[in-house]
Design a protein around this ligand. Structure first.
Ligand code: C5P
Length: 405
């Protein structure tokens, strides 16, 4: 279950801006994700960061020279031809201009011209430069040619200035590289994912909650976005939003149902990873229930079963996915839910097992479908589990298109 960067050759070009120091972090993340990182630094970049630092973290020594290159007599074509992707982070105004016009004056610009691999550029510069018509024009032309541009953020810049032009966060840059190198098998789709445990109010301060951390739902959302989907994440928790994902904050089962129902007709896939409360107090007290008034009697009623409602009226071709957290008879209970709720896939996890389920960073699940053999996924990170879930969703979509289901 390897990720999209595993074994891929990524050329990391670093140009001369203060943000060059962040390229070190980008490099480390790419290597951690399994990429073979070939680093190139321009002359100016070396004023900001040493080749020793970047070289120590990359997969091979930093190349800087068009001439007298120790690894090959023709570095200007060899590096670009062998790349699966070229990433330039940070990209200065000078680099963008040279790349736009084809002015190949050093190893990096030559490499950019001598490749057919996808290119991701991450501009970083002062606001005045970023907004200058010549830079705006260069960026627009590069985009038109299919170059992937990761826009800079607004924030603190060198010298204490504040404004647009700060290099995008390394996590955003790496997510874009993953997306570009990924299979794109959810391109053009809309995926709704729910995450976290709902909170049902007892009074103004107390709630009925559960142990769900939301981590598995967030991982599913991140993976769906990396595969090209437009993802809406309906969440009760405040984890860092995955890159490119629209987060809708909710608290109760009813709010979650409304948020999901609103989007159901336009969703290709709905993944209900949230732990929705099954019961809620019939009426929440307006203020705080006083201890001195004695032990209160709280009358409960059933919450709406969101997934069942979705399953009863499923649009053609929509893939509906549920989660089943069980402590006993995992498969039998999950299969019963699969049928009862008219699902295409249920992800069953034995929350009683060690390192599995709520709040852990790892999980182990069984994937159950109506007309396919169960698939067991052994203990793995929640992102890897998410990858297996999305792979199965893609399979279900492909099978339904070819009429196999
Ligand atoms: O039947 P059970 O609640 O165990 O089923 C779990 C699945 O149903 C999960 O995918 C959960 O998100 C969903 N669910 C729901 N609405 C509820 C309760 C659970 O959508 N009220």
């Amino acid at each position: 279950m390897s990720g999209p960067l595993e074994g891929r050759r990524v050329v990391l070009g670093v140009t001369g801006g203060i943000a060059a120091y962040k390229a070190i972090d980008v490099c480390r993340r790419l290597v951690d994700a399994g990429a073979h990182v070939v680093p190139i630094m321009t002359e100016a970049a070396q004023h900001f960061v040493g080749t020793t630092t970047l070289g120590a973290l990359a997969s091979e020594p930093v190349q800087t020279e068009l001439w007298r290159n120790p690894t090959t007599p023709i570095p200007h074509t060899v590096v670009g031809q062998g790349a699966d992707l070229i990433l330039v982070a940070p990209a200065t105004a000078k680099l963008l201009s040279a790349y736009r016009t084809g002015f190949s004056h050093d190893l990096l610009t030559n490499t950019l011209l001598a490749t057919r691999a996808p290119v991701v550029v991450c501009p970083a510069m002062h606001t005045e430069m970023w907004e200058h018509p010549s830079v705006v024009d260069n960026v627009a032309v590069l985009r038109e040619r299919g170059v992937h541009v990761v826009d800079p953020e607004s924030g603190r810049l060198a010298g204490g200035d504040v404004g647009a032009g700060r290099l995008a966060d390394p996590s955003v840059i790496v997510a874009e590289v993953e997306r570009v190198l990924g299979p794109g098998d959810l391109d053009g789709t809309t995926v709704v994912v729910t995450a976290g445990g709902t909170r049902e109010p007892i009074d103004a301060v107390r709630v009925i909650a559960n142990r769900s951390s939301g981590k598995q739902g967030y991982a599913v959302a991140a993976e769906a976005a990396a595969r090209g989907a437009h993802v809406v994440l309906v969440s009760t928790v405040e984890l860092a939003a995955p890159v490119g994902v629209e987060v809708v904050a909710v608290e109760t089962a009813e709010e979650m149902r409304d948020a999901v129902t609103q989007r159901r007709a336009t969703s290709d896939v709905v993944v209900m990873a949230a732990a929705v409360a099954d019961f809620r107090p019939v009426a929440a007290a307006g203020g705080k229930i006083k201890k001195d008034d004695g032990v209160p009697e709280i009358v409960l009623e059933a919450t709406p079963d969101i997934l069942r409602g979705l399953g009863e009226d499923k649009p053609d071709g929509q893939v509906l996915v549920g989660f089943a957290a069980e402590t006993d008879d995992l498969r039998a209970n999950a299969l019963a839910k699969l049928t009862r709720k008219n699902l295409d896939l249920i992800v069953a996890n034995d929350v009683g097992a060690p390192h599995v389920g709520f709040s852990h960073d790892t999980n182990a699940v069984t994937l159950l479908r109506p007309d396919a053999d169960p698939v067991e996924i052994d203990l793995a990170s929640k992102r890897e589990i998410a990858r297996a879930v999305i792979n199965t969703i893609v399979e279900i979509r492909a099978a339904s298109r070819t009429g196999e289901l």
